[in-house]
Design a protein around this ligand. Structure first.
Ligand SMILES: [Zn+2]
Ligand SMILES: [Zn+2]
Length: 316
């Protein structure tokens, strides 16, 4: 299962009820925070999400509306005596951009490592079996990248094969978990009894970008595609392109071209007093569009019946 919580949906300026850019992904007791704009901490609290769980902070680019929440978050983790190491990744310029931010945060109770992609993705795969995090280039006004998180799904266990090979039933459970087993001098491996891998889950997050080929490629077959929609009205398409952003319709076209299953829109200009009212611009192109609100949550599961979405549990 993968749970996504939209923490901040505002672009450039925080406004009441709309924190700056940030999305939290949880899977198997691990967490990745994508961007960390101002207001991320209080938005996480309101949604009932603990950022202490996070292993990785993945930045899409270094504009202030995506990173100014970092020093405060690090200080909070320090004051709560965090000991779990934290990896910070981002596009080109990571060391130079993060140095002043880390200086502001001061000394920390945990190890923080700056690690570019794809190394940071490999680090995550080592601690979270079957998970894969990759980055792809996007087109903004500064170096920028989006992220793709995939969770693989094993093939089905084939009892007829296990019986034909004479594998004792007491070993079946271990083989299903992916373990190789030795019993009475015989070695049995999962590949002998597991079918072909099945379609897993794929979540793609754009950060700030205008439409580009690498984004559409990365978004292909995504179960949840989280794109920026800085501008609502299609009349702003030229402005959006010039500034390295997208309108709702541009994002919807990307989702449609990529064959995504669901589209979440975020990163709304403050000019969009009610982002929801611009939904038709996207929905007529890609009906499975959701105009996000802070705290919106979705749990993706291999079993579609277990999938759910709604607002995060708001705490008093
Ligand atoms: Zn931004
Ligand atoms: Zn930006």
């Amino acid at each position: 299962m993968i749970t996504l919580t939209m923490l901040g949906t505002s672009a450039l300026l925080p406004i009441p009820g709309r924190a700056l850019a940030s999305v939290f992904l949880e899977c198997g007791g691990h967490g990745i925070l994508f961007d960390c704009g101002e207001g991320t901490q209080s938005a996480a609290r309101a949604a009932g999400v603990s950022l202490m769980r996070m292993d990785l902070l993945a930045l899409t680019h270094y504009h202030g509306d995506h990173i100014f929440g970092i020093p405060g978050l690090l200080q909070t983790m320090h004051s709560m005596n965090r000991t779990k190491p934290l990896i910070l990744t981002g596009p080109a310029g990571l060391e130079a951009q993060m140095r002043p931010i880390l200086q502001l945060a001061g000394s920390l109770s945990f190890d923080l490592s700056l690690m570019p992609m794809p190394e940071a993705g490999r680090f995550l795969s080592e601690s979270l079996e079957g998970a894969r995090l990759t980055a792809f280039p996007t087109e903004h006004r500064v170096p920028s990248q989006g992220y793709c998180f995939e969770l693989e799904r094993k093939g089905r266990f084939q009892p007829d094969k296990a019986d034909a090979l004479g594998i004792p039933r007491k070993l079946w459970g271990q083989l299903q978990k992916g373990e190789t087993v030795v019993c009475e001098g015989q070695t049995y491996s999962p590949s002998q009894v597991m079918g072909e891998k099945r379609k897993g889950l794929r979540v793609v997050f754009s950060g700030d970008t205008t439409c580009c080929k690498s984004l559409t490629e990365a978004a292909k077959g995504s179960d949840l595609l989280i794109l920026e929609g800085t501008y609502g009205d299609s009349a702003d398409a030229q402005l959006a392109t010039e500034r390295g952003h997208m309108t709702f319709a541009m994002a919807a076209e990307t989702a449609k071209a990529a064959g995504a299953r669901k589209l979440w829109l975020t990163h709304f200009s403050q000019r969009l007093e009610e982002p929801d009212s611009y939904l038709p611009f996207a929905a007529e192109i890609f009906p499975e569009t959701v105009v996000c609100k802070d705290g919106m949550q979705m749990t993706l599961s291999f079993d579609p019946d277990a999938e759910k979405s709604g607002q995060g549990c708001t705490k008093e």
